[in-house]
Design a binder for this molecule. Structure first.
Ligand SMILES: Cc1cc2nc3c(=O)[nH]c(=O)nc-3n(C[C@H](O)[C@H](O)[C@H](O)COP(=O)(O)OP(=O)(O)OC[C@H]3O[C@@H](n4cnc5c(N)ncnc54)[C@H](O)[C@@H]3O)c2cc1C
Length: 391
């Protein structure tokens, strides 16, 4: 296996690293703690700068305005972007839009691409992905899906309730997972404009971390009419397409999270090198060096797992096992690292003088969203026991 980063990717990584350090991290001081998000005017000014620097939508092919990176290059660049929690949206490669771009490029018709994908790539609109439902609906277990679409002539009548739809407040279109005529086997993705009659954004859910530009929302669909030509892919392809979307989207989360873990660790290093306790720098105490050793090794292992899964996908191979391993381990190492960084920074780490308390709250979702750790462990264990997967 070749671990060398191609020269052009390394050059790009360095350029993006400087851009994040000089242009993006200083903007974090504008983060609105009351609202749990960045002011949108600052986001938009920064987005314009990213476009003129030529870094916009880095994950897309050059023909679609991106940087033409393969999945390994995307890993390396997304990990740099992940150093700032505000960067992925500013570069137009944050969840859920980045995963939705991938899904729409795979499955959308030309008309749907014109309507949704192309403006999404340009940053002219936002989208949401609505799968999770309040109890007793779909969550960890997608087979509990309740939302249903009844076929009536050349349209479908959609009814159901969703929640935790990231970005839905202010999004123009939603990708909604629903059964068809009550049949789970016919689960399908529907493209629903948010001005459709019968659709309500019930509320932005109050939660512990950032809200992004459109929150994490609860939604209601009451007799929403969806024309046949707004089905994404074909009837019954919902779960196959969701795997196509969620696999790479879980990995891109991992890529961004390793960047955030690296930044947390480096904030702790700076503090530990500068502050003296008991006649020595904090960094000179062996107990602290071991803490750095544990977390640095854990981040490196987690990043290598992410790279391995990305490499398998790039080779067109099945990467479901490695993606679950990466999702589980990266999210846990992110939470462990931030927790330890706060500890090393003492009272300052707990304050808003450092961004660690924000990282801590944001990172907690990583062990739940896109499949809780327990579900990924269940999948990994089952695959091993049944010998579907082996070393
Ligand atoms: C910040 C954030 C953003 C999100 N964005 C989106 C989005 O854009 N679109 C979307 O559709 N969804 C989104 N989600 C929802 C997310 O994917 C779900 O929360 C997740 O899949 C878990 O489903 P649930 O909340 O219904 O938990 P439940 O299914 O109620 O599970 C609760 C807990 O039970 C345990 N558990 C579950 N299964 C097992 C098992 N087999 N063995 C042992 N323990 C188990 C786990 O600890 C789990 O956390 C988001 C969630 C968060 C927190």
């Amino acid at each position: 296996m070749d671990f060398e980063i191609p020269q052009e990717v390394e050059t790009l990584r360095k350029n993006i690293q400087s851009f994040i350090t000089e242009e993006i991290i200083p903007l974090e001081k504008h983060y609105d703690y009351e609202k749990g998000r960045m002011p949108e005017d600052i986001n938009q000014q920064a987005r314009a700068k990213v476009k003129s620097a030529g870094f916009w939508t880095p994950h897309l092919p050059k023909s679609e305005g991106g940087l033409g990176l393969d999945l390994i290059g995307t890993c390396i660049i997304f990990s740099e972007l992940g150093r700032s929690p505000i960067a992925p949206y500013i570069f137009n490669c944050d969840a859920p839009d980045e995963g939705n771009m991938h899904l729409l490029s795979l499955a959308a018709s030309e008309k749907q691409k014109e309507l949704i994908l192309h403006p999404l790539i340009k940053g002219e609109l936002r989208t949401g992905f609505a799968m999770t439902e309040p109890s007793p609906g779909a969550g960890s277990d997608p087979t509990s899906l309740q939302t249903n679409a009844e076929k009536q002539g050349d349209k479908y009548i959609l009814n159901g309730r969703k929640w935790y739809c990231t970005g839905a407040n202010g999004a123009k279109y939603l990708i909604v997972m629903a059964k068809v005529n009550g049949s789970f086997r016919k689960t399908t993705m529907f493209l629903v404009p948010t001005d459709a009659k019968g659709y309500t954004m019930v509320r932005e859910i109050e939660l512990m971390g950032s809200h992004g530009p459109g929150g994490h929302c609860e939604l209601n669909f009451e007799n929403v009419e969806v024309p046949e030509d707004m089905i994404l892919g074909r009837v019954g392809e919902g779960f196959r397409l969701s795997q196509e979307r969620l696999g790479p989207a879980r990995l891109t989360h991992c890529m961004r999270w390793t960047g955030m873990a690296r930044r947390a660790l480096s904030i702790a290093r700076s503090y530990a090198k500068e502050r003296e306790v008991f006649s020595a720098r904090i960094a000179d105490h062996q107990g602290i060096q071991w803490m750095f050793a544990e977390r640095a090794t854990e981040i490196e292992m987690a990043f290598l797992l992410t790279l391995k899964a990305a490499w398998l996908l790039k080779m067109g191979k099945d990467a479901r096992q490695e993606t679950s391993m990466a999702k589980w381990k990266v999210s846990e190492s992110l939470c462990n690292t931030i927790d330890m960084a706060i500890q090393i920074c003492g009272g300052k780490g707990y304050s808003r003088d450092l961004p660690l308390e924000l990282f801590y709250r944001d990172a907690r979702a990583a062990r739940i969203a896109d499949g809780p750790s327990e579900v990924h462990k269940m999948v990994i264990g089952r695959n091993y026991v049944s010998e579907k997967w082996d070393f």
